[in-house]
Structure formats: structure tokens, C-alpha cells
Design a protein around this ligand. Structure first.
Ligand code: SAH
Length: 411
């Protein structure tokens, strides 16, 4: 079985190819800003590079309405866009946690909702099982373009279920509440957060930075990596931010995202809800594993992998998620914010009854279930999405293992 096709997967619908460029593409808006910045003040971190490329206020990948981003005409396809069963099963898990608690009014928080597809499916399940308990939906989204898409899709749903809908720039803008049960969903969000790359040397942890290529006029790509001349306060702190990094040998390189840590800690605060017990639950779904990665940073353009320095601001950038780091970020909440897993997306979806739902949907379909079976197969494909994507559960009331987060056998 081809279990792992290397770190370079987003969901290319064609095999990844590396384009050989005879004529380098024109300098993009973001590229020019980055080049000028490096000329003025020197090499920049991966974090600054990613932030500029994805979130520059007008020319960033997620900010610029010119970028189609999702779907067959865009740069990548995500699970909620493949079938609504994905969001429904996430919603069923969240509701099963809520049902075991005091059944407080519900609010749902989603980080990086994209086109709003996942939230639409989750809301339907929560509203159906929770009757009139769903009170509000909070979307954490920085892109005005995507906010508009989300509003168009979710405003009618909110009206149907009589709940409020609102947007926030950051999860920190949402206050913890002891009167509500908070459900948090983050699908393909953490992989878009800026990170730093650090390398262990004899002198300690030093940062790998991005500099201009030797001769940026003719060379493509126009950037290259350099090792910072010495350890900085930031690189040293990052190197100490997890006990797992302490004994790594000299030469080790890791991608670390302090923003991911901070965001996960904020999720913990919402789930703890100013209480001593868990007042919420959450699911983080993303590609990655329960460990740090060294060189998983990659770019996506039209369903293919591209060089990370290719057409900055016009390609999606993504990095694998270190789920152990996310677990550590909520470690100080103790039993109020337990974590479950991560397990593979295939194990999660199968455990939540995907096959049964597919068969039920197939009975009702006009094509005899061909499309729905195909979609479901894609989500659990062991050589693709099923294994690459992991699901981390957070919160809930059960002591001991929480279904379907049980140790996988034979993995
Ligand atoms: N969850 C969706 C979209 C994933 S793409 C899906 O699976 O289809 C990443 C999403 O995160 C986009 O909505 C993007 O605009 C948003 N995003 C990226 N960085 C962000 C940040 N720093 N703060 C808030 N939203 C961010």
C-alpha cells in the first residue's frame, strides 16, 4: 500500500509536477513589497513571508478577490466541499458531547470558514438535534472577500434557525462564557498560520530566514534561505517552547508556529468557559501529525504543488500542523480541557458512521449512489486525505476515551 506520498500533498487532482520556467513570471505585488523590505532591513522570517503572501491587506492570497481559491477552478478542494456528510459527521460529534453535559445554550465558533460550507452543514445538525438551543454563530475570518461569501451562504441559515451570525478578526475577540456551551471548529485553518523555521546549531537554536537570491534580477525564484548568523531571543524561546525540542540533535530543523500555540490556547479558554469543568468542545482537522515537521512548507496553485517562492501572493501557502504542540498549548487547563487523538480522518469518519450514511444517501440518490460513494471514498482514501488529515478532539465530559478517538490498531 502506498501509505505516504511524501509531505507534499494538499489535494492535487493531478500528479504534482514542478514547472521548469524558461521565462520567469513578472514580479507580483507582494513579491515587490517583500523584495524592497529585504533590501531595506535584511532577511525576513518564514512567518513574515507567509503573513505577507496570505494576508497582505489587499494583495494577499486570501484577501485578493481575483484569486478563485476553492473548487475545481481554484487552487485546491477541501473536504467540506466534497460532500456535506463531512460537516454533518463533525456536527454529530459536537452534539454528542453537548448532550452529555448540562445542555446549555449553544454558540458555534469557526476559525477560517472559507466559503461557509462546513458551517452550513454543522449548523443544520446542531439546530436539528439541539432544537432551539443554538443561539449564535461566530466566524473568525480576516478576509473581506471570504466574509462576503460566508455571509451570502450563512445568513439564510441563521434566519432559518433564529440564531445570530457575527465575524471576528481574531479568536481573542470572543469572550469566554460560563452561560453558554461553546463548540469550536477549525478545518484547514492551522496550516495557514505563519510559523518560524529554526535549526539547532552548536550555538543553540538559530532561525532560518529568507533572503534575496544572489542575483535577483536574473535568478528565479527570487529568494533563497539563509541561516541567521546567531541565535536570537525569538529563536531561543521557540526552541524552548516544547520539552520535545530539548533533546533534538544538532542539525535538527523544525517548523514552529507560536501563533498556532496562542490560537489553541484561546480555544482552550473558550472551552473552559470560566468554569472548572469543560463547557464546550471542539474539533481541529488538518494535515499533519503528532510531531514537529522540518520542511513541510509548500505552495499550491491550480491543484499542483509549486515552489514556495513562486508568484508570492498568488499561490496558497500551507504547512503541516504539529498536533502535539496544539495539545501542549491547552495542557495548563488540566482536566477542564482534555484532548482526544489526533486520529486519522479515515478513522474519525468511519468511527462516526460514514459508511452507513453513505448507503442511506445512496438509496435516495438518482445515480444509484455513484457520486456519494466516490466522494466518501476520497475522504477516507488511505493513500490520500484519509491518512494525511488528522482530527483532534477537545473538551467534552466523558472521562476516559471519547469515541471515536480510540488508539488505532496496526497503524
Ligand atoms: N475551512 C475552510 C477554508 C480553509 S482555507 C475549508 O476547509 O474549506 C483557510 C481559511 O482561513 C480562509 O477562510 C482564510 O481566509 C482564513 N484565514 C487564514 N489565515 C487567517 C488568520 N490569520 N485569521 C483568520 N482567518 C484566517
Amino acid at each position: 500500500m502506498l501509505r505516504f506520498r511524501g509531505p507534499h500533498l494538499r489535494w492535487p487532482t493531478r500528479a504534482p509536477t514542478r514547472r521548469l520556467l524558461s521565462t520567469p513570471p513578472p514580479v507580483t505585488v507582494v513579491e515587490k513589497i517583500i523584495m524592497d523590505g529585504i533590501k531595506a532591513t535584511g532577511p525576513i522570517s518564514f512567518s513574515t513571508y507567509m503573513q505577507m503572501c496570505l494576508s497582505h491587506p489587499t494583495a494577499g492570497y486570501y484577501m485578493n478577490p481575483k484569486n478563485p481559491i476553492f473548487g475545481s477552478k481554484g487552487d485546491f478542494v477541501t473536504s467540506p466541499e466534497i460532500t456535506s456528510l463531512f460537516g454533518e459527521l463533525l456536527g454529530v460529534w459536537l452534539m454528542s458531547q453537548w448532550m452529555q453535559g448540562p445542555q446549555l445554550p449553544i454558540r458555534i465558533v469557526e476559525l477560517g470558514p472559507g466559503r461557509g460550507t462546513l458551517m452550513q452543514d454543522v449548523v443544520r445538525v446542531v439546530a436539528r438535534f439541539g432544537k432551539d438551543k443554538l443561539k449564535s454563530v461566530h466566524l473568525v475570518e480576516t478576509s473581506p472577500t471570504l466574509r462576503a461569501l460566508q455571509e451570502a451562504r450563512l445568513e439564510p441559515e441563521a434566519g432559518k434557525y433564529n440564531c445570530t451570525l457575527g465575524w471576528h478578526d481574531s479568536i481573542g475577540d470572543i469572550a469566554p462564557s460560563a452561560e453558554e456551551y461553546t463548540m469550536v471548529v477549525a478545518h484547514e485553518f492551522f496550516d495557514a498560520l505563519p510559523f518560524h523555521t529554526i535549526q539547532k546549531t552548536e550555538q543553540g537554536w538559530q532561525e532560518i530566514l529568507i533572503a534575496l537570491a544572489e542575483s535577483s534580477e536574473e535568478t528565479y525564484p527570487r529568494f533563497r534561505y539563509v541561516l541567521s548568523p546567531q541565535a536570537s531571543a525569538a529563536s531561543t524561546l521557540l526552541g524552548f517552547s516544547s520539552s520535545r525540542f530539548k533533546d533534538m540533535p544538532v542539525g535538527s530543523r523544525i517548523e514552529v508556529s507560536p501563533i498556532a500555540f496562542k490560537t489553541m490556547h484561546a480555544i482552550g479558554e473558550l472551552i473552559q468557559g470560566n468554569s472548572t469543568e469543560s463547557l464546550g468542545c471542539g474539533l481541529v482537522v488538518d494535515y499533519g501529525a503528532d510531531r514537529a515537521f522540518d520542511q513541510s512548507f509548500r505552495a499550491f496553485k491550480k491543484h499542483e504543488i509549486a515552489d514556495i517562492f513562486h508568484e508570492p501572493g498568488e499561490c496558497d501557502l500551507t504547512v503541516n500542523v504539529d498536533f502535539a504542540y496544539l495539545r501542549e498549548a491547552v495542557g495548563d487547563f488540566g482536566p477542564a480541557v482534555p484532548t482526544h487523538g489526533p486520529i486519522s480522518q479515515a478513522a474519525f469518519l468511519e468511527g462516526m458512521g460514514l459508511s452507513m450514511r453513505v448507503e442511506a444517501a445512496a438509496q435516495r440518490s438518482e445515480d444509484g449512489g455513484v457520486a456519494i460513494r466516490e466522494a466518501a471514498k476520497r475522504l477516507v482514501d488511505p493513500s490520500g486525505m484519509g491518512e494525511e488529515y488528522k482530527v483532534l478532539g477537545i473538551g467534552g465530559h466523558a472521562s476516559g476515551a471519547v469515541w471515536p478517538f480510540v488508539p488505532e490498531t496496526g497503524a
